[in-house]
Every structure is written in structure tokens, then in C-alpha cells.
Design a protein around this ligand. Structure first.
Ligand code: SAM
Length: 255
């Protein structure tokens, strides 16, 4: 199975959970923060690359002129379009396509964003080059993602892949910034922050098989008891098992 087929298979299964408020806290908790960071204006014509259900696209739509939301997985797009219809949004278009081959002419957009895609796609450098190409000179690019903490002991990508086999590899902030510069962007600002998440909700959102989830939980509990580091930085919150991710927002200008 190709990596793109694996992505379509996993996200076809996850489409419903992205819009389930009991399970999608990680996608909504810092959404306003990201939109404020992207700072859309009423004149902006935006693109959300690997949009999933278009959560970011729909949030931008309230403050921008128009948003195109592109993703590889038809079920994610259909779920997002249904939510946009229900919210009576009139300035969002959902389009199936590949982030590594964007079906737009150069300079089409003034604000190009992507969230939680860099760790997912097989060719992040190609995706960034495409994002820069379709952004007009002087326009803004925003990349938001999970990032790897330099020097962290353990292999969080291994745990992430057990949970969702379509997970690729997290980069460090410096690696993403460097790739954005190589793609033709001039860095403007970045922010990095820690996000603590309940393990059970994380596993339920991805619909991870129970036996695999139990294995992940056992490794995190073993780490808490002094065992091998998993890279997940587990903690107990009111007796419940949680873990820690590092997220980043990076913005740059297309030159
Ligand atoms: C973790 S989800 C994030 C969705 C959304 N960006 C958000 O933050 O709510 C990753 C998404 O990337 C999409 N994706 C992965 N590779 C892609 C590619 N090459 N082109 C377009 N979409 C892709 C998947 O279909 C999935 O919807």
C-alpha cells in the first residue's frame, strides 16, 4: 500500500472523530491562538493545505474574504463541508487534491496555511515549495505542527505510528524553518508551546485498536515507574494517564 493510500485509509476512519467534541479537543483547544497568529484580514484569499475537515479553513473564513480547503481524503472533505453548510459559511470551497501537486496557478493566494501535515506527508519539502509557489510574493505562509524536541530521550514517532500507521516523522522547529527558507520564504515569527493531552481521548480519536492502545498505555506506565523513556513524557492528571506534545506555529513571507 502506498503512503497516500495509507493516509486515505486512516483518515477515512477518523473523519467522524474530528468533528466529535468529546474527542477533538486537540484540534479546537488552540485553534483561536493559531488564527490570531495567522492574522487573516478581510482582504485575504486563503488556502488551507491538507485541511482535513477544514477546521482551520472554517475558522479563517470568519475573518477572510475566501478560503480554499484542500485534502487528499474525500471523507474528511465531506465531513468538513457538511459542518460548513450547517454553519452557513459561504466563502469556503472544499477541494480534493495532493499537497505535493497543488492544482492552482502561481500566486493565487495571499495567506497559505497548513496544520498537522508536516509530520504526515512523505515529501514536506515539496509541499512547502508548492505552498510558496501558490502564495503571491509578499503573501504569508503559516505552518503549524507537532515538533520533535531536540535531545528528547525516546522515540515519540514510534508511539505515534503505533497509534496511527500513517504518521510519518516529526521535525524540529529549526528543521521546518530551514525547509521553509529553502522553499523560498523569509521567516517572520515562530512560537513553541507544550500541550498535555489525555491518552484515552488521543487513542479514541484515532480509533486505535484496543490491543495496540493497551500496549502504548503499558509503555507509558512503565516509563512513569522508572522504565525506558518513550519520548511521550507521560504524567498523571487526577489519576488519569496523560502525555505531552510540543507544538509550533511558524510564519513567513513568500519572496
Ligand atoms: C492530522 S490531519 C490534520 C487535518 C487538519 N489540517 C487539521 O489540523 O485539522 C492530516 C490531514 O492531512 C491530509 N494529508 C496527508 N497527506 C496529504 C497530501 N499529500 N495531500 C493532501 N492532504 C494530505 C490527510 O488526509 C489528513 O486529512
Amino acid at each position: 500500500m502506498s503512503h497516500r493510500d495509507l493516509i486515505r485509509r486512516e483518515f477515512a476512519r477518523q473523519a467522524g472523530t474530528f468533528e466529535d467534541s468529546r474527542l477533538n479537543d486537540a484540534f479546537t483547544r488552540h485553534l483561536d491562538r493559531l488564527v490570531d497568529f495567522a492574522a487573516p484580514t478581510a482582504d485575504d484569499v486563503c488556502l488551507d493545505v491538507a485541511c482535513g475537515t477544514g477546521m482551520v479553513a472554517r475558522a479563517l473564513a470568519g475573518r477572510a474574504r475566501h478560503v480554499t480547503a484542500l485534502d487528499l481524503t474525500p471523507e474528511m472533505l465531506a465531513t468538513g463541508k457538511a459542518s460548513a453548510d450547517a454553519a452557513h459559511l459561504r466563502n469556503v470551497v472544499f477541494q480534493e487534491g495532493d499537497a505535493a501537486r497543488l492544482p492552482f496557478v502561481g500566486g493565487s493566494f495571499s495567506l497559505v496555511v497548513t496544520r498537522f501535515s508536516m509530520h504526515q506527508v512523505t515529501e514536506p519539502e515539496t509541499v512547502l515549495a508548492e505552498m510558496v509557489r501558490v502564495c503571491r510574493p509578499g503573501g504569508r505562509l503559516v505552518v503549524a505542527d507537532l515538533v520533535r524536541t531536540p535531545g528528547l530521550r525516546g522515540d515519540p514517532d514510534r508511539m505515534e505510528r503505533l497509534r496511527d500507521p500513517s504518521h510519518g516523522a516529526m521535525r524540529t522547529v529549526a528543521e521546518i524553518e530551514q525547509a521553509m527558507v529553502v522553499a523560498g520564504a523569509a521567516l517572520v515569527a515562530s512560537e513553541v508551546f507544550e500541550v498535555e493531552r489525555p491518552l484515552r481521548v488521543w487513542l479514541d480519536q484515532s480509533r486505535t485498536p484496543a490491543d495496540v492502545g493497551a500496549g502504548i498505555e503499558a509503555e507509558l506506565r512503565a516509563e512513569l515507574d522508572g522504565g525506558e523513556p518513550t519520548g511521550m513524557r507521560p504524567l498523571l492528571v487526577d489519576g488519569e494517564l496523560w502525555f505531552t506534545q510540543t507544538w509550533s506555529h511558524i510564519t513567513a513571507r513568500a519572496v
